[in-house]
Design a protein around this ligand. Structure first.
Ligand SMILES: *[C@@H]1O[C@H](CO)[C@@H](O)[C@H](O)[C@H]1NC(C)=O
Ligand SMILES: *[C@@H]1O[C@H](CO)[C@@H](O)[C@H](O)[C@H]1NC(C)=O
Ligand SMILES: *[C@@H]1O[C@H](CO)[C@@H](O)[C@H](O)[C@H]1NC(C)=O
Ligand SMILES: *[C@@H]1O[C@H](CO)[C@@H](O)[C@H](O)[C@H]1NC(C)=O
Ligand SMILES: *[C@@H]1O[C@H](CO)[C@@H](O)[C@H](O)[C@H]1NC(C)=O
Ligand SMILES: *[C@@H]1O[C@H](CO)[C@@H](O)[C@H](O)[C@H]1NC(C)=O
Ligand SMILES: *[C@@H]1O[C@H](CO)[C@@H](O)[C@H](O)[C@H]1NC(C)=O
Ligand SMILES: *[C@@H]1O[C@H](CO)[C@@H](O)[C@H](O)[C@H]1NC(C)=O
Ligand SMILES: *[C@@H]1O[C@H](CO)[C@@H](O)[C@H](O)[C@H]1NC(C)=O
Ligand SMILES: *[C@@H]1O[C@H](CO)[C@@H](O)[C@H](O)[C@H]1NC(C)=O
Ligand SMILES: *[C@@H]1O[C@H](CO)[C@@H](O)[C@H](O)[C@H]1NC(C)=O
Ligand SMILES: *[C@@H]1O[C@H](CO)[C@@H](O)[C@H](O)[C@H]1NC(C)=O
Length: 739
């Protein structure tokens, strides 16, 4: 029987303020560490793995001092508390691959790692895959944001701090494990702060260790219109790509449809398969500079597609080949061509300089495509994509300054979070594509990628079996309304104002883009919050209702901020089940009459002109029209706010942290049941507008003046949430009823 003992690291136990203790078992036995909060064991890291290939891994043993005591490798495993709630494990070996495993419970769910929703789900049950792009897959091809981070339903997260290629294996019933192609590995076990299932605090600490998003310009939230091929599908007098955009501009103007940006997807340049010479094709863009000036003057930010791939007979290819910067062994005649190795300093510098051609023309962002389609060896994907996203970020900052451009990519690793937003890749234009897109958005949030959108209507549209029906498109528009970014692909037989689509669809486009635009102040505030705390706008139910495990498996419902819960229709016919997590009550956001109790479930039916959305008691929802974008149809346009209040006497105090464009100010609502009083106070909201309090008597208003703080009191309020506060409705001098 081997000799062993539990070795409690005394100095660590002291530092963890008695919340968590870290214990390791030592003495020439397999490495073992567990973290307990005094009442229960939270995380069990029951092995460090090493191997010279990634299929035959061994567990290492350590002596009492962290040195590895195996005959297979040498080195050390050092565990320490990085903070009272984060353990840090540094592994140093002589092996080619290192990793770790965690013991898991039967009912434990593991979230994270990939944006792509395996099996359509939120968690990674039975999934085993590398930390690389997911290609040809059900629902969405190339839904590729990813992070070496997972979150357990048992209340801990694990982050491996590396850009090396790795793989995660969740296919075992007893263990979750990961391995990286590296001799050294640092990983963190992250425990919740303030409550055993405060998952948001785990996300916060994880993004603090890796990276957080950076504040984008307002135009990034969209609505953004684009076409997969502006060089075809001409209507009316249109004869080139420039005019094709103008045709979109004119229709949006005519129908008073809000928009903030447009971009050129490939094809737009010369070169093999229309990319590689870093230019605009004069046949389709006779005057790119004048064109971008026009588009910009009309209120749109303009972006272009880029990729790190060098196809035969292009500038990128010649320069890359001549300098030996291309990844070897990749056929340039294939559709993709090899990528330049951006770890070579001169290649990085050249690429960055070459792309300034676009910023010089007024381009304010890149749609960053590919990087996972075979242009480079798989092992290089994470390192190369983060370099490409860094260089595109740097050159944009040099031209426009921080926060004044929007780059977005599909293949993104967590360390690039600051450098780029995410679009969810090539969703299929079918119901599975929509359902998977909803799930991928929630999953992106669980990885800390708050700036996220999907191609409204799906991307794979033109080849059977995909057929973008009017109903599917309308449902997707509702989903994008409640996504951080609303971007929509038109053109190539799929433009709402041209057949086969009808004016009904144009009306839904107008309504949904208008509503997304109106939610701008709310979206911007939450985006700003994410830059500070890493918690995304689109939130898995478990983030807002950790107390209700029933919500952990729901992949098609989410919280939008903490005030709203949205349940997009993701099947034909408009029916679905909606589950209301425990601990809250929910008011139908649109008809403002029906209340649902937490823990209940209902079946709803919605026509294509609305979406199931629910508001929580005490909600403060800042909306308004604060960005002009393409709106030149309003004479003397000025920004205006509309702050919605949904008081409940069960919620004595609620708060919204509003970002006014410069700084964060609070909007605070307090309620007092005795006389049905509701008080609201706000800092400088930056624009004029109105507070709109919803009660059983209708909507009551109080005015807001930009540039200063203010307050209002409403008396005799009968809350829509009922229960208390039933006195005759009237409001004081600050406000008047409108209905
Ligand atoms: C341990 O359990 C007790 C009793 O349920 C509880 O009061 C305490 O907060 C728990 N401690 C932690 C760190 O969760
Ligand atoms: C390592 O030690 C074990 C048992 O002590 C032995 O069975 C194994 O063959 C050794 N492996 C190597 C690579 O020496
Ligand atoms: C890890 O190993 C490398 C050599 O492989 C060595 O240079 C380095 O100092 C080691 N680090 C630690 C923390 O032991
Ligand atoms: C897990 O996946 C394997 C194949 O990848 C499959 O054979 C097995 O049935 C799956 N198990 C469960 C519980 O889904
Ligand atoms: C994509 O996946 C489908 C279904 O799994 C398969 O039939 C098809 O061959 C795949 N296509 C490519 C290009 O891999
Ligand atoms: C995308 O997926 C579809 C079906 O799953 C497949 O037919 C198609 O080839 C895929 N496209 C790419 C580029 O992988
Ligand atoms: C593991 O090894 C296989 C085969 O050598 C390779 O295809 C795969 O990319 C490797 N995975 C990682 C994460 O390195
Ligand atoms: C607004 O823009 C549209 C479309 O570009 C243009 O036709 C119209 O003249 C403009 N109106 C005003 C008032 O500037
Ligand atoms: C820009 O728009 C004006 C109309 O406002 C038009 O006359 C001009 O031709 C456009 N320029 C280009 C380069 O398209
Ligand atoms: C509000 O919506 C719910 C759910 O769709 C419905 O049952 C109820 O009748 C609606 N109430 C009103 C007043 O429209
Ligand atoms: C807003 O309230 C929070 C507490 O919820 C506080 O930490 C923060 O300082 C307040 N912000 C301002 C600008 O007063
Ligand atoms: C609430 O007030 C209304 C009149 O505003 C009255 O009709 C109703 O009976 C009151 N309900 C209760 C429970 O007091």
């Amino acid at each position: 029987m081997p000799f062993f003992f539990f070795f409690v690291l005394a100095s660590l136990a002291a530092r963890v303020s008695a919340i968590y203790s870290l214990q390791t078992r030592t003495g020439a036995l397999p490495y073992f560490l567990f973290l307990s909060n005094g009442n229960r064991t939270v995380a069990v890291n029951d092995g460090v793995l090493v191997g010279d290939d990634n299929s035959t891994l061994s567990l290492v043993s350590t002596d009492g001092y962290g040195s590895i005591a195996n005959n297979i490798t040498s080195g050390s495993v050092i565990a320490s508390m990085h903070s009272p709630t984060v353990a840090k494990i540094e592994v140093n070996t002589s092996s080619t691959f290192t990793g770790a495993r965690f013991a898991i419970n039967k009912d434990e769910r593991i979230f994270g790692v990939w944006e792509y929703p395996w099996h359509g789900g939120l968690d990674n049950h039975n999934v085993s895959f590398d930390l690389k792009g997911v290609g040809n897959a059900t629902g969405i091809n190339w839904s590729n944001a990813r992070a070496p981070f997972f979150l357990s339903s048992y209340g801990y997260g694990v982050y491996a701090d590396t850009l090396n290629m790795g793989s995660y294996d969740f296919s075992s019933a007893t263990h979750a494990q990961f391995t990286f192609n590296s001799s050294n590995l640092v990983y963190y076990i992250i425990l919740p702060q303030g409550g055993t299932s405060n998952f948001k605090s785990i996300l916060s600490q994880y993004t603090d260790l890796s990276a957080r998003i950076e504040m984008p310009p307002y135009s990034a939230y969209g609505p953004t219109f684009w076409s997969d091929d502006c060089e075809q599908d001409f209507h009316g007098n249109v004869s080139n790509a420039q005019e094709n955009y103008y045709d979109v501009v004119d229709h949006l103007y005519h129908d008073k449809i809000h928009a903030t940006a447009m971009f050129a997807d490939r094809p737009y340049g010369t070169g093999n398969k229309s990319y590689g010479n870093l230019d605009f094709d004069p046949k389709f863009y006779p005057n790119p500079q004048g064109f971008i000036v026009n588009i910009t003057n009309w209120g749109y930010d303009f972006q272009v597609w880029v990729a790190n791939r060098a196809f035969q007979n292009t500038k990128l290819y010649h320069i890359g080949k001549q300098n030996q910067w291309l990844f070897p062994g990749i056929d340039p005649d294939q559709f993709l061509g090899p990528a330049m190795d951006l770890t070579i300093r001169d290649a990085y510098a050249w690429m960055k300089e070459a792309l300034t051609t676009f910023t010089a023309l007024g381009v304010k962002g890149f749609k960053i495509d590919r990087g996972e389609e075979g242009e480079m060896p798989d092992y290089a994907q994470n390192i190369q994509m983060s370099l490409f996203e860094k260089l595109t970020y740097e050159l944009m900052v040099e031209k426009w300054g921080t926060g004044n451009f929007y780059n977005f990519a599909r293949s993104v690793v967590d360390r690039s979070r600051r450098h780029t937003g995410v679009w969810n890749g090539d969703a299929h234009a079918d119901w599975t594509g929509l359902k998977y897109s909803v799930a991928s958005g929630i999953r992106a949030g669980l990885l800390g990628f708050s700036m996220w959108g999907s191609d409204t209507g799906g991307y794979n549209r033109n080849s059977p079996p995909y057929d973008l029906s009017e109903e599917l498109w309308a449902r997707w528009m509702w989903f994008s309304t409640f996504s951080p970014v609303y971007e929509i692909m038109v053109g190539t037989g799929h433009t709402p104002w041209y057949p086969p689509y009808t004016s009904n669809l144009v009306q839904i486009l107008k309504k949904t883009t208008g509503m997304h635009h109106a939610f701008g102040p709310f979206i911007r505030s939450y985006t700003h919050r994410a830059t500070i705390d890493g918690v995304p706008l689109m939130r898995a139910l478990l983030l807002e209702a950790p107390q209700d495990p029933k919500g952990y498996k729901i992949a098609d419902q989410y919280f939008f901020g903490q005030e709203l819960m949205v349940a997009p229709i993701v099947t034909a016919g408009g029916r679905r089940a909606v589950y209301f997590p425990t601990g809250e009550r929910y008011l139908d956001y649109f008809n403002k009459t029906t209340i649902y109790e937490g823990g209940s479930a209902i079946n709803v039916h919605h026509e294509v002109d609305s979406v199931p959305a629910y508001v929580l008691p005490g909600a403060i929802i800042p909306k308004g029209d604060i960005y002009q974008g393409n709106n030149n149809w309003t004479q003397e346009w000025k920004p205006s706010l509309e702050i919605e209040l949904f008081p409940s006497f069960e919620v004595p105090k609620s708060q919204f942290r509003y970002f006014n464009g410069k700084t964060e100010v609070n909007i605070t609502m307090t309620t007092s049941p005795a006389f049905g009083n509701v008080d609201v106070e706000w800092g400088d909201l930056g624009a004029n507008g109105e507070i709109v309090l919803y009660s059983k008597a209708g909507a009551a208003l109080a005015s807001i003046e930009g540039g200063r703080a203010g307050s209002a009191t409403f008396n005799g309020v009968e809350s829509l949430f009922g229960h208390v506060g039933n006195v005759t409705a009237h409001v004081n001098a600050h406000a008047k009823f409108v209905e």
